[in-house]
Write a new protein. Structure first.
Length: 508
């Protein structure tokens, strides 16, 4: 019997996945985190498992039945790289536009979560930890760091640009060795030999079908926006927030919304209540409008013949933290590129269309200083928000991103990519993984010499990808998987988990 944690595994597909793993591989769930609506069905499936909601776990609200161990300097030093990323990740919990969760409070919260999950590992002694996707809501990332420190195996999935397909991996930093092995044995392939579903998707991507992530597509529909670039009026934005607050009051009364990650400014710093949440969101709307005016005053059009395009990510999101690690601070990327670009090249920087959108929370990771620092580089141009990303990609010498879909769009357009994070397409020929200044200079040298992605390399990558991917759904509320059969997804995902776990055991 293998004792297993299921982390942020929400929805009926994940419960069926667990049920199959229990039946076919004798896995026993001993701890499960998901949305509150999963509590009852998870209890029916595995009554002995401890259940926590993700927001409660992130805020540290659950009172454990196990003792909390002491922390020491050696452990904290060993986990120091994870600490800096976990503290950055806490931006999503800040209710005051970036000023309501100061560093000292974040450090203490990190220590509290570290004790909690050390105690959980001591008490429950898991043999394996399953994450639905790369951990990114603080507590799960801390658990992953502890698991690595203790040598506890982990498995997680990653989704690709084609909806309804995912692949398993041990951790997001290293990706899939199986994919790399398949690609190394056949680095070039005619498009006609790619399996049909992946070939159709690849050809559509080459023809210019943008890989806009499903979570942003769903946001556009929810807020009735025609495109990411559409900006609602101030009146509509404020009206939306009051309507949202009224709906939450009807649903929860004066109690905090149970799915909220916002940490109250008031001691003992539990979850924000409805009035504090409304105040936070109204302040955010005003802050984003102020930032928009500042940003727009710094932008300018440019006609450089040679340029690299940096398409900034929306933040806070897992796409940069933790997927970009230290490069979750995108100013580091701007500075590296500004110093490494060949003479005569410009760096074009374009803000993500959702970052200053009234309905997002982009104000917690943007300031006037952020935009001013970008514009201060003499060879960097901050572009207008309305500039066409597709046209900019096609005209670029290279496209830089952490993990964004714009990188895949660029590869399919024959444009090299400078990749600063753990994107699902990181192993595709034409994607240059950047971790250092020297590596960036080397990649730019190759690009300057004419190295570009080739269709046969893209085809080989897609063929290799098809060999490791399975039908799957990871975050049902964020994905376009209506076409996917529940049973097919659960069966394929369970088999992928069991097979990868067995493969690791055979290698030991």
């Amino acid at each position: 019997m293998k004792r297993v944690f299921f982390m942020e595994c929400a929805g009926p597909v994940w419960r069926t996945v667990a049920e199959r793993c229990m039946a076919e591989a004798q896995w026993q769930p001993v701890l499960w985190t998901a949305a509150g609506g999963d509590a009852k069905p998870v209890a029916e499936l595995c009554p002995e498992a401890i259940f926590l909601t993700g927001p409660d776990a992130a805020l540290g609200l659950h009172v454990p039945s196990w003792p909390l161990p002491a922390l020491d300097a050696r452990l904290l030093a060993d986990l120091a790289p994870a600490e800096s990323i976990a503290l950055h990740m806490m931006d999503r919990m800040d209710p005051a536009c970036g000023s309501g969760f100061p560093h000292d409070a974040r450090r203490r919260h990190y220590h509290h979560l570290l004790r909690y999950w050390m105690g959980a590992l001591n008490a429950l002694n898991p043999d394996l930890i399953i994450f639905s996707i790369s951990p990114h809501i603080v507590f799960d990332y801390i658990l992953m760091a502890l698991a690595r420190h203790r040598g506890i195996p982990t498995i997680m999935f990653e989704r690709i640009g084609m909806p309804g397909w995912v692949f398993p991996m041990r951790d997001f930093e290293h990706g899939s060795p199986q994919l790399r092995s398949a690609l190394s044995s056949q680095p070039l392939l005619p498009v006609e030999r790619v399996p049909e579903a992946f070939r159709t998707w690849l050809l559509a991507s080459i023809d210019g079908q943008s890989a806009v992530p499903a979570n942003f597509q769903k946001k556009l529909e929810r807020y009735k926006l025609a495109s990411n670039a559409e900006m609602p009026s101030m009146l509509r934005a404020l009206a939306h927030e009051f309507k949202r607050a009224a709906a939450l009051l009807r649903k929860n009364g004066l109690s905090p919304a149970p799915n909220s990650y916002l940490r109250s400014l008031r001691y003992p710093h539990g979850r924000c209540g409805p009035m504090e949440t409304l105040a936070s969101r109204l302040k955010g709307v005003l802050a984003k409008r102020r930032l928009m005016r500042f940003h727009d005053a710094l932008t300018k059009a440019d006609g450089a013949e040679k340029y690299a395009l940096l398409a900034l990510h929306y933040q806070p999101e897992r796409a940069t933290v933790p997927m970009g690690a230290q490069f979750g601070d995108q100013l580091l990327i701007v500075d590296l590129l500004a110093k490494a670009l060949p003479a005569g090249w410009k760096l074009y920087v374009k803000e993500h269309p959702w970052q200053l959108q009234s309905f997002g929370r982009g104000e917690v990771q943007r300031t006037e200083a952020f935009y001013a620092e970008i514009a201060a580089h003499p060879n960097v141009i901050l572009l207008p928000r309305g500039a066409s990303t597709a046209a900019l990609v096609r005209g670029a010498q290279a496209v830089a991103t952490v993990t964004g879909s714009v990188g895949w769009d660029a590869l399919c357009a024959g444009v090299p990519v400078l990749l600063f994070g753990a994107a699902w397409y990181r192993d595709c020929p034409g994607a240059h993984q950047i971790t250092s200044y020297a590596g960036l200079c080397e990649a730019l040298g190759q690009i300057g010499a004419g190295h570009k992605p080739e269709r046969e390399g893209l085809a080989a990558f897609c063929a290799a990808l098809s060999g490791v991917c399975v039908p799957g759904v990871l975050e049902p509320e964020l994905e376009r998987t209506e076409h996917l059969s529940h049973e097919d997804a659960a069966s394929a995902m369970a088999a992928a988990l069991i097979n990868l776990d067995s493969l690791e055991e055979d290698m030991q």
